[in-house]
Design a binder for this molecule. Sequence first.
Ligand SMILES: C[S@@+](CC[C@H](N)C(=O)[O-])C[C@H]1O[C@@H](n2cnc3c(N)ncnc32)[C@H](O)[C@@H]1O
Length: 298
Amino acid sequence: MLYLIGLGLSYKSDITVRGLEAVRNCQRVYLEHYTSILMAASLEELEEYYGKPIILADRELVETGSDDILRDAKKEDVAFLVVGDPFGATTHTDLVLRAKKSGIPVEVVHNASVMNAVGSCGLQLYTFGQTISMVFFTENWRPDSWYDKIMENRKIGLHTLVLLDIKVKEQSIENMARGRLIYEPPRYMSISQCCEQLLEIEETRGTKAYTPATPAVAISRLGSAAQSFKAGTIEELSQYDSGEPLHSLVILGRQCHDLEVEYLLEFADNKEKFRQDVIADQEFFKPAPWTPPVETDD
Ligand SMILES: C[S@@+](CC[C@H](N)C(=O)[O-])C[C@H]1O[C@@H](n2cnc3c(N)ncnc32)[C@H](O)[C@@H]1O
């Protein structure tokens, strides 16, 4: 059996009871180690808690070495641990499809994900649109296809969850080109860098999917003891020091309910200004007021 087990967002004890029982019964345990990190537990602490050695699964192992992970899984139990939920944001459907093709039964143990815990900032999950990923820009690679998705969300009034790039085990281009297995230190995108990239692309595109004055909320270390939120405009948040990772950002949609705004005010430095920023932003993409059809004599 292949078990895909969600670890939740922060603590070693965030794993569910069913997940923990499954891990303890598995012959091999992999921890997916490139799309997220468990903020409040080290590898050694997890190994002690599960009573099992853990194999770190980097992108290369999961994407090109899945035969290794699935080896003997028809006869043995193998656990593939994912921080958050196994199908939250990064879906591990490829691994599941490969397992199924090889006749290996699969069981999923779900857990909390950034995709639902983000609701703790006070915005309604029902009014979120497409989620986007913001990658680190490089000198000659500044992808911006996410811009169109923000535009689509904002046109129909929906909030946009922005997930921020993390690089846990990456080679530099030079090392990759030379085939040297030397890895860069881990990097996590901050809220200010994400907002700067948002502002840069708005300036290039100029079609006002959002503006520097668009309200947003920074969400840091969700689910941990150091969880924090900051509400402000994209421009204000481009100056914000968000501290230790992990971070996400939500760009507000036009359909912002009064209760959502009231909740967010708690996280704003200047509450009255933030309220006015939200009101001003709601003018964007507002449908034209309804006018009755003109009556004709015939
Ligand atoms: C590719 S997603 C993986 C999501 C994970 N599988 C889950 O279900 O939560 C990783 C990104 O989600 C966001 N994220 C994950 N956990 C977070 C947390 N606890 N607080 C803030 N952002 C988080 C960060 O932007 C991070 O780079």
